[in-house]
Design a protein around this ligand. Sequence first.
Ligand code: NDP
Length: 413
Amino acid sequence: MGKVLIIGAGGVASVAAHKVAQNSDVFTDIMIASRTESKCKALAKAIEDKGLVPAGSIKTAHVDADNVPELVALFNSYKPDLVMNLALPYQDLTIMEACLQSGVSYLDTANYEPKDEAHFEYSWQWAFKERFEQAGLTAILGCGFDPGVTSIYTAYAAKHHFDEIQYLDIVDCNAGDHHKAFATNFNPEINIREITQKGLYWENGQWVETEPLEIHKPLTYPEIGPKESYLLHHEEIESLVKNYPTIKRARFWMTFGEQYLKHLDVIQNIGMSRIDEIEYTAEAVDGSGPVKVKIVPLQFLKAVLPNPQELGENYEGQTSIGCRIRGIKDGKERTYYVYNNCSHRAAYEETGMQGVSYTTGVPAMIGAKLFMQGKWKRAGVWNVEEFDPDPFMEQLNTQGLPWHEIFDGDLEL
Ligand code: NDP
């Protein structure tokens, strides 16, 4: 049905590429392109060795996704129907620009962040709306789990279970154990930037700011039990309160263990989460004397931390992510909790990656599949909740992320 080009060969891209190959009736041609082509080749071989697609059928390429002309040259030579941007949020704008210049549709899982400022918001990507509309191209934003599935859960609740959604709490628990003293579950640089930011939530038509991780409380997760959960700013809140204006309050909660927070504290206190460039004098490794070296501490830290892609093998336990919603149906108040639990081990056995990469890569494939099938194809720039949630919810059940519902239970919030 269509040609797909995946950019990135990290944890999320690895899962998405496996799932794309499992759906090769829809994805007739696959290319994986990234900064380090050897990783693309290794990924293509791992998928082909599993017999998911014929040997040699997945193409690979080198591309620097910060470089628009390089991207345009690749898109013009491969001519994909859709580019799945599974690199980093820094590359969103260059890849969108290249898609426009080459006439290709676009999908991502995280909104744009400038490299030199730990700040994310949709305005930069929403600014492309008119150009995508005029070009007759589709851009699907935020098609991972959160954002992504959580946004679709909200759309599904609004379509089937509520006349008016009033309170939305997105709850994200990782109750897994990777047996490392400290590691992040996706790109460490992006992850630490997100968590060390000020908290933010929406209440009565305005944003309320908190100190980082200031607000927290124990929440009970299905099959897991109570876990301390911390209020964070998360990008899907921005588009959901715009698309569902009846929402009076929207918040995002994520669990962290004591050990994780202790390390994070130390990292911040000693300046290793800094994202500005610093210069220091080091002894040259060849003994030729002192040399001036420039580093960004957080990027250096990423290089010494465990690679999230290598956590899978010993990862036990599960993730549990969902939406807890309160609102009105037929004149009465009701509550609704919709969630998925994902086993790290099952994710690893299927794709070689842990649950956090899995819960992001599977929805990215589903969004791409619905685009290829014409169900989610519409000129413009869209957050996922603006499409019909029903075919997506159906696919979640068959592609490895089944969901469950609790009606009129205690939301704890
Ligand atoms: P990784 O760091 O594992 O992978 C990133 C990949 O992008 C690597 O292959 C890297 O190449 C490549 N890359 C980086 N810069 C460039 C560049 N300039 N040109 C080409 N390729 C580049 O990250 P993850 O797989 O963990 O995360 C991928 C994305 O998913 C991120 O945007 C993250 O924010 C998002 N995410 C979304 C979630 C959601 O639920 N919505 C949850 C988790 C993640 P190299 O190998 O050379 O470093």
